[in-house]
Design a protein around this ligand. Structure first.
Ligand SMILES: [Zn+2]
Length: 186
C-alpha cells in the first residue's frame, strides 16, 4: 500500500489592522479571530499568511476605501497576532491595477509552489474577511487541488449585506470545502 502522507498547512488571510475594528475597512468582529488563530498556530508545522499590500493609488480603491497601504500601520498584522510564528508572508494587491483578493495572487512569491515545496496536502484557512479574500483564497485552494478546510470561528465577515458571510461559507462548502470549528483542529 502506497498511502500518501497528509501534511497540514495553516493559511492566515489578511489579519491586518485595517480589517479589524477601528481600521479603514473593518470586519466588525475581525479581532475575534486573533486568539483562535494564535491557538491554532501551535498545531501546525507549516504556517503562512497573506497581506493586502496596496500602493497609494490603485484601481482597487475605485471599489473600496483606501486600506492596507504598503508600510502603513493599517497594513500591519493585528498587534496581538503571534506573527513571529508565521514562516512566510505573501503580499497581494501590490500593483496599481491589481485587486489581489486571493492569497494565490501574491506577487512576491507563489503560494501554490511554496505549499507544494513544503509537502502540504491539506490547507486550513483562517482570517479576514470571509466574504472577500478568505472566499477567493479558499476557492483557489480547491482549484489547485488542496484538501481545503475553513475554520469557521477563525474567520470573520465584512457583511456589507448581513448574510454575506453565511452565504460565502455555503458557497465554499458547495465548492467542496469542509467547514470545521477550531475545537475539531485543536
Ligand atoms: Zn484590498
Amino acid at each position: 500500500m502506497n498511502q500518501e502522507k497528509s501534511v497540514k498547512g495553516l493559511l492566515i488571510v489578511d489579519v491586518q489592522n485595517d480589517f479589524c475594528p477601528g481600521g479603514a475597512l473593518a470586519a466588525p468582529e475581525g479581532d475575534k479571530v486573533v486568539p483562535v488563530i494564535n491557538r491554532l498556530m501551535d498545531k501546525f508545522t507549516v504556517i503562512v499568511a497573506s497581506k493586502d499590500w496596496h500602493p497609494q493609488t490603485s484601481v482597487h480603491f475605485e471599489h473600496w476605501p483606501p486600506h492596507c497601504i504598503q508600510n502603513t500601520t493599517g497594513a500591519e498584522f493585528h498587534p496581538r497576532l503571534q506573527s513571529e510564528k508565521i514562516q512566510q508572508v505573501f503580499l497581494k494587491g501590490t500593483r496599481d491595477k491589481d485587486d489581489g483578493y486571493s492569497a494565490y495572487e501574491a506577487t512576491n512569491l507563489d503560494l501554490n509552489e511554496y505549499l507544494h515545496s513544503k509537502g502540504v496536502t491539506d490547507l486550513y484557512v483562517t482570517g479576514l474577511a470571509t466574504d472577500y479574500c478568505v472566499k477567493a483564497s479558499v476557492i483557489d485552494a480547491v482549484k489547485m487541488g488542496f484538501k481545503t478546510f475553513v475554520v469557521t470561528d477563525a474567520v470573520s465577515a465584512v457583511n456589507v449585506k448581513p448574510d454575506d458571510g453565511r452565504k460565502s461559507l455555503e458557497l465554499m462548502q458547495a465548492a467542496g470545502v469542509a467547514l470545521v470549528d477550531s475545537s475539531q483542529v485543536l
